[in-house]
Design a protein around this ligand. Sequence first.
Ligand SMILES: [Cu+2]
Length: 136
Amino acid sequence: MKYFCLVIWFMLAAAPAWAGGGMSAEKKEICAKAEERYKEVYPDAKNDGVVVIKTYKYTFCPPSVTVKAGTTVRWVNVDKRTSHSVWLKQKGEPESERFFPEEKYEFTFPSPGTFPYLCGPHWKDDDMRGTVTVTP
Ligand SMILES: [Cu+2]
């Protein structure tokens, strides 16, 4: 019983990290795996000036990026089975097509601003969201 209470206490103590903008330990771990997967799947990936965000286990990795205006962001699916989308809903963009494992979606941000986006199939149940901040 004592142990059970401790577990509950710990969950409550950790809750603000999930609710807040900071990355939870769980998400950090997912993103570390996503990075490994990316290197496995794309061993020859070169730095071509495109900013890469991986989709893995209902998470955008990293969930927020800051880029310069004119930058292309590439979302790469490193999952094994799940497809995702990118929906810049607040920006008024239509939802992207679903991209499956080893597929990608790209979007170029021409002007500064803060652009939150969602994964169409997973934002409601899995809170799969991200933000691109574009600087001049
Ligand atoms: Cu998704």
